[in-house]
Design a protein around this ligand. Structure first.
Ligand code: GDD
Ligand code: MG
Length: 340
């Protein structure tokens, strides 16, 4: 089976970090996020993937090339203007026609069993199936209502709270039979979620809705981007930090992963889970709790950081305080406390 991964969005909710890098290439524990998805594909025997790129398209080729290094055959389909999730899939059609195709959003992480998904899909004789996840706030996602046999009854993208009738949402993974592509208009902006899914339901087509067990996250906001680090470090996912994020010796009582070349001065204190990139400096007596510090950033002596993300090469002055929710752009400067 072949996969197509939708990675052309601008990642506006994850600015400022997505101004420098497309969302699926942002590091998670010092590995491009998409490499986790590649790992899931390989585990389930998928060896070929089409990357549907648009925003900062060349960055993907630079990062992954033809995919050989990653044990995959990667091909690229580029939209000069973003065509929406449906338009992107339509563009990839010529490379996906032979049998059911797996379509994935490029900003979600889960480790569900693709073979199980395929079995479910075939047993329903569905023209397309959608993997579902259960969440507390469905208003951020595509709400999916299913019947007791596992068929989708309704698909409602970004519902308002008074429309929320269940906690099952679109997890951003689909199986498409080849005829489905014929229902997507060519050469124009079109959405799977607001166009294809509701339209196929209205036409009486069979759409499967498979509740995927286990961990799932969409890293589309700063809060969720931070959260995925905490989840991996604290063992809530099936993923482990790789060689680029080694446990920091001496960080007692906290889970700290650090990239190569990172130096931590004496008396720095960590709590919760902390991810340090490559070549990061943490000053004497600095205190870091539940945060992500990207490559080459420097944290001043005695600075205090809590639940924040510090962009690459940022410089934080001595005794500066960064509170929860802070998202500091790459290269920013935060002065010493005495200068503030
Ligand atoms: N090639 C291409 N072209 N890719 C696109 C485009 C486009 O025009 N627009 C979006 N994408 C990619 C994004 O890069 C991202 O990986 C994926 O499609 C989903 O887009 P998001 O912008 O992240 O959508 P969302 O998170 O608001 O909602 C989607 O994902 C949810 C699950 O995470 C929807 O599919 C929801 O129904 C779903 O619940
Ligand atoms: Mg998303």
């Amino acid at each position: 089976m072949k996969a197509a991964i939708l990675i052309g969005g601008q990642g506006t909710r994850l600015r400022p970090f997505t101004l420098e890098s497309p969302k699926p290439l942002l590091p998670v524990l010092n590995r491009p996020f998409l490499e986790y998805q590649f790992q899931v594909l390989r585990t389930h025997g998928v060896r070929e993937a089409v990357l549907c790129v648009s925003y900062l398209a060349t960055a993907f080729r630079r990062a992954f090339g033809d995919g050989r290094r990653l044990g995959l055959r990667l091909r690229y389909v580029s939209e000069p203007m973003p065509l929406g999730t449906g338009g992107a899939v339509k563009n990839a059609e010529p490379l996906l026609r032979d049998g059911p195709a797996l379509i994935l959003n490029g900003d979600v992480l889960n480790a569900f069993d693709l073979r199980e998904f395929l079995r479910f899909h075939r047993a329903r004789r569905a023209e397309l199936s959608i993997a579902l996840s259960r969440v507390k706030d469905p208003t951020q996602y595509g709400l999916v209502l299913t019947d007791e046999k596992g068929y989708v009854k309704r698909f409602l993208e970004k519902p308002s709270w008074d429309e929320v009738e269940s906690n099952t949402i679109n997890a951003g993974a689909y199986l498409f039979e080849p005829p489905v592509f014929g229902h997507i208009p060519a050469g124009k902006t079109y959405s799977l979620e607001r166009g294809l899914f509701p339209e196929r339901l209205a036409a009486g087509a069979k759409l499967g809705g498979w509740v995927a067990p286990g961990y799932w996250i969409d890293i589309g906001t700063v809060e969720k981007y931070l959260q995925v680090h905490l989840d991996v470090l604290e063992g809530r996912t099936p993923f482990k930090p790789g060689d680029g994020a080694r446990p920091l010796k001496g960080a007692v009582g906290a889970r700290v992963a650090a990239g190569p070349g990172t130096k931590v001065a004496p008396f720095a204190r960590f709590s919760g889970a902390v991810s340090l990139g490559r070549g990061v400096r943490v000053g004497r007596g600095a205190q870091l709790s539940d945060c992500v510090v990207l490559d080459g950033a420097a944290i001043g002596d005695g600075a205090r950081l809590e639940r924040c993300v510090v962009g690459a090469r940022a410089k934080i002055g001595t005794h500066a305080v960064l509170g929860p929710g802070t998202a500091l752009a790459g290269g920013s400067r935060v002065g010493d406390y005495s200068q503030l």
